[in-house]
Design a protein around this ligand. Structure first.
Ligand SMILES: CC(=O)SCCNC(=O)CCNC(=O)[C@H](O)C(C)(C)COP(=O)(O)OP(=O)(O)OC[C@H]1O[C@@H](n2cnc3c(N)ncnc32)[C@H](O)[C@@H]1OP(=O)(O)O
Ligand SMILES: N[C@@H](CCO)C(=O)O
Length: 371
C-alpha cells in the first residue's frame, strides 16, 4: 500500500493529510472534524490556473501517478512528466474520497468518542464527497480547476464537480460513467452490499475489535469484478481451462475438484482487495455511487446537464457491460453543444478505463491539454 507521509513538500506525489473541519451532509447533519488525504504532482502557477483534479474510482486511491515514492500509479499512462496530463506543466491533485480507507475520514477513523465510527458512519453521497473536496481546494488556493477528470466513480465525482461548482471547473472529462446510476448498476451494487452484510463477522459494521468480514468483502469483489470485465475476455483468457497443479476437473467428486482458471482468478482478485480495503468503506462508497444522480433536486436530469457550462470530454469502453456506452452517449447528448463520445476499444470491459487509458491520449491532448 502506498505509504502516507505528510512531511514532504507539495508536488512530490506523497500522501498528505489536511483537516477541513465539519462536513455538512446532503441528507442532513454533519460529519465533524473531517480530514482529507491527497497527493499532488507539479507546481501551482502564480495565477492558480494550472490545477488538474484527477478523481479515483470505487476502490482506487489518490495514487494516480508515480512520484518521489516510485510506486506505480493507476493512471501512470496518462499523468506524469511529458504525459498528456503533464506534471511539468500542471499541478495535479488527487483526493481520497471521504468514507474511503486511504487516509481520508472514513468508517475506520475514530469518532469524537475515541472509538471507530463503524456502523455510526453516516450515509454520504457523491455530492458530499465533492463538497469536502471544494473545502480542500480552497485551502490549496485553487478557485478554478483547469480540468477535472475521472473514470467510473471518478467520472461521477468529476461530473458533480462541474454541476455543483460551475464557476470552478473549466473542463470536465467523464470516462466510462453515467449521468445517473441505473437500476442494473444499483442491483449489482446491492448484491455486493448483501454479501458483506450477511457475513457474520460484519456485525452491523462494528467489527474493528475482532475478525473482519473478509469472506463477505471477497464475495462482493468477485461479483463486482465480473462486471468490470467482459464475457469475451473471460472466454478468450480462461475458457474452461483448469488451474495448473490443481486436481483435474471432471475426474473427481465436486468437493475435491480443482478450480477452473477463472475461479482461481476471481479468488485472487478477492484476496487482493481484502488485503487492501476496508469492508465498511466498500459499503459507504458503494452506497455513494448508488446515490449518483446528476438530476436529483435540479429539476430534471435534462435541465441539470443542459445548464453545465464546462467544456466536456466523454468517453466509453466499447465492451463495458457495467457502464454501457449508451449511457455515455445519453450523457453527451444532454450536455450543451456537440459533445462527441470517444471510444476505448478493448475486449477487457469496464476496467479498460484503467488498463487502456493511453488510447485517449490524442483526443484528450487535443481537447484539453494542447500547448
Ligand atoms: C493500493 C492502491 O492504491 S490500489 C488503488 C489503485 N487501483 C485502482 O485504482 C483500481 C483497482 N485496480 C484494479 O481494478 C485492477 O488492478 C486493474 C483493473 C488495474 C488490473 O487490471 P489488469 O492489469 O487487467 O489485471 P488482471 O485482471 O489481468 O489481473 C491480474 C492479476 O490476476 C492474476 N491472475 C491471472 N490469472 C490468474 C489465475 N488463473 N489464477 C489466479 N490469479 C490469476 C495475475 O497473476 C495478476 O495478479 P497480480 O495483480 O497480483 O499481479
Ligand atoms: N477496478 C475498478 C473498477 C471500478 O470502477 C476499481 O476497483 O475501482
Amino acid at each position: 500500500m502506498h505509504q502516507g507521509n505528510d512531511a514532504g513538500p507539495l508536488g512530490d506525489g506523497f500522501l498528505r493529510v489536511a483537516p477541513i473541519g465539519p462536513l455538512a451532509l446532503e441528507t442532513g447533519g454533519a460529519l465533524p472534524d473531517v480530514q482529507l488525504a491527497f497527493e499532488t504532482w507539479g507546481e501551482l502557477d502564480a495565477e492558480a490556473s494550472n490545477a488538474v483534479l484527477v478523481q479515483h474510482a470505487l476502490t482506487g486511491s489518490s495514487h494516480v501517478a508515480r512520484g518521489a515514492s516510485e510506486e506505480e500509479g493507476w493512471w501512470d499512462a496518462l499523468v506524469g512528466p511529458g504525459r498528456t496530463v503533464d506534471t511539468d506543466r500542471f499541478f495535479v491533485v488527487s483526493i481520497n474520497m471521504v468514507g474511503g480507507c486511504y487516509g481520508s475520514t472514513g468508517p475506520a477513523s475514530l469518532a469524537p468518542d475515541g472509538a471507530p465510527w463503524g456502523s455510526r458512519f453516516p450515509f454520504v453521497t457523491i455530492r458530499d464527497g465533492v463538497r469536502a473536496e471544494a473545502l480542500l481546494a480552497d485551502q490549496l488556493g485553487i478557485h478554478r480547476w483547469h480540468s477535472v477528470l475521472g473514470g467510473s466513480m471518478g467520472g461521477a465525482r468529476a461530473l458533480e464537480w462541474a454541476l455543483m461548482y460551475p464557476d470552478r471547473v473549466e473542463r470536465c472529462a467523464v470516462i466510462a460513467c453515467t449521468a445517473a446510476s441505473s437500476a442494473e448498476q444499483i442491483a449489482f451494487a446491492q448484491a455486493q452490499l448483501q454479501a458483506i452484510r450477511l457475513d457474520p463477522a460484519y456485525r452491523g459494521g462494528d467489527y474493528y475489535d475482532g475478525p473482519h468480514p473478509d469472506a463477505g468483502l471477497g464475495l462482493a469483489r468477485r461479483i463486482a469484478h465480473i462486471t468490470y470485465r467482459s464475457e469475451g475476455e473471460f472466454e478468450a483468457r480462461f475458457g474452461r481451462a483448469e488451474q495448473d497443479a490443481e486436481q483435474p476437473l471432471g475426474a473427481v467428486v465436486p468437493a475435491d475438484r480443482g478450480r477452473y482458471q477463472v475461479e482461481s482468478y476471481l479468488d485472487h482478485q478477492a484476496e487482493k482487495l481484502v488485503d487492501r480495503f476496508d469492508a465498511n468503506s466498500y459499503v459507504i462508497l458503494t452506497e455513494a455511487l448508488m446515490s449518483h444522480d446528476a438530476g436529483r433536486a435540479r429539476g430534471s436530469l435534462a435541465a441539470a446537464l443542459a445548464a453545465a457550462p464546462a467544456q466536456f470530454f466523454v468517453a466509453a469502453v466499447d465492451s463495458d457491460r457495467l457502464y454501457v456506452p449508451g449511457q455515455s452517449r445519453r450523457l453527451a447528448a444532454g450536455l450543451p453543444g456537440e459533445v462527441p463520445v470517444h471510444t476505448i476499444t478493448s475486449p477487457v470491459g469496464h476496467d479498460a478505463f484503467l488498463t487502456e487509458i493511453h488510447q485517449l491520449d490524442a483526443q484528450l491532448r487535443t481537447a484539453f491539454y494542447a500547448k
